[in-house]
Design a protein around this ligand. Structure first.
Ligand code: ZN
Length: 388
């Protein structure tokens, strides 16, 4: 093993207890995406851990979202590698008081334990391990954002900026229960469809009305017809509302739409089709608008292929087998991959049952997953220097 890799590997091997302690500390802080005080408290803790090791952390104050932490290790003109992770969870503030951190043998439970407080701990320890090296082959950066679970409305610009020009991005979302990492993810977007019609008494003057509900119903059928399982495209209207009373022709109706796709090209075609479809008038006297509320870009398989091969080789040297998996769930990895930067996701410690009260993390994966990320990262430099 390369001496730098050896040093990092051996130091991480001694950190199991410290990593478990760190995980407990982070899980015990409520940090829902909308809870700025909570996500900032997680930031305070991470800041203190890294600062204690002499790692410089830039804190970007965000008035309307959790602050963003940015770490820069090493100097030089070479392209950097980037570690990313989100501090927010889907669990409401107050969850920790009723269901905090707990442990049964090798499994840890608690809100956000796998998604992705274990990944945050892992990233901190990888940074601390790298900081111990006399010099890094290229700069390493890390970003700790606070709003991934709601589509990264605030974090996205920071992520894209930090990923620009990077040689690789590692997103510490939880590893799959199989132990696999994520090499491809669907992109997704959410929309509101709002239809306006014209109210009329349904008994007295039915013909004077224009039913927004009927117009919406016709649109729903067309929107759902855009689903194409074979190519991985889905459209789902999951919530509808509208109307004022049973005997009034409905003057308004609304629907919440979720769409998923595998490639950016599919996204463009799908969005154009939706736009056209929503602008078409279904019934005289009705109009409809389409408003996008969030969007995740896909992690296309080709953007992870080479980086995954490297990771797989390092994992094998560490003694564990790993494959790449495709998932319909979205993450920040899509933003960086869509910039053309090689990106690997799901490289965090292994977990399952995310977003439920049974969520757990496999503690025995904390150290090896950290070692695999650190080794892959250092390997990116070794190849360039022609070590093999
Ligand atoms: Zn996550």
């Amino acid at each position: 093993m390369d001496p730098m890799m050896r040093e990092v590997h051996d130091w991480l091997a001694e950190q199991y207890e410290a990593m478990v302690d760190g995980l407990k500390t982070l899980v015990e802080i409520d940090s829902n995406s909308y809870d700025k005080a909570g996500t900032d408290a997680v930031a305070d803790t991470i800041f203190a851990w890294l600062a204690a090791d002499g790692i410089e952390v830039i804190r970007h104050a965000r008035p309307d979202a959790g602050d963003i932490l940015e770490v820069r290790l090493g100097v030089g003109e070479e392209a950097h590698a980037l570690l990313i992770g989100h501090r927010d969870t889907v669990f409401p503030t107050g969850t920790v008081a009723t269901r905090g951190y707990s442990q049964q043998a090798d499994l840890a439970f608690g809100p956000g334990v796998a998604d992705m407080k274990a990944g945050l701990v892992m990233n901190c320890f990888v940074l601390r391990a790298l900081k111990r090296l006399p010099r890094l082959p290229f700069p390493v950066r890390a970003l700790f954002t606070a709003d991934e679970e709601i589509g990264s409305p605030d974090g996205r610009a920071f992520i894209e900026q930090a990923a620009t020009g990077a040689r690789a991005v590692f997103n510490a979302e939880p590893g799959r229960i199989s132990g696999n990492v994520v090499t491809a993810r669907k992109g997704g977007a959410s929309f509101t469809i709002a239809v306006e019609g014209k109210a009329a008494h349904s008994g007295v003057s039915h013909a004077d009305g224009a039913s927004a509900i009927e117009a919406l119903a016709r649109k729903i059928i067309k929107v759902h017809a855009l689903t194409d399982y074979e190519n991985g495209i889905t459209t789902n209207i999951g919530v509808i509302e509208g109307g004022v009373s049973r005997n009034t022709v409905a003057p308004w109706a609304k629907a919440q739409l979720d769409v998923r796709f595998v490639t950016n090209e599919q996204r463009d075609v799908l969005f154009a089709a939706l736009k056209t479809l929503i602008s078409e008038q279904e019934l005289p006297g009705t109009t409809a608008t389409l408003t996008q509320s969030s969007s995740f870009l896909p992690l296309e398989a080709q953007m992870s292929e080479a980086l995954f091969a490297r990771y797989q080789r390092q994992a094998e040297l560490l003694g564990f087998a790993v494959e790449g998996e495709f998932t319909g769930g979205c993450s920040d990895a899509g933003f960086t991959a869509s910039l053309g930067v090689p990106t690997l996701c799901g490289i965090g410690p292994v977990g399952a049952k995310m977003h439920t009260d049974q969520e757990f993390c496999r503690l025995d994966t904390l150290v090896p997953r950290a070692q695999a990320v650190a080794a892959t990262l250092l390997d990116l430099g070794a190849a360039e220097q022609g070590h093999y």
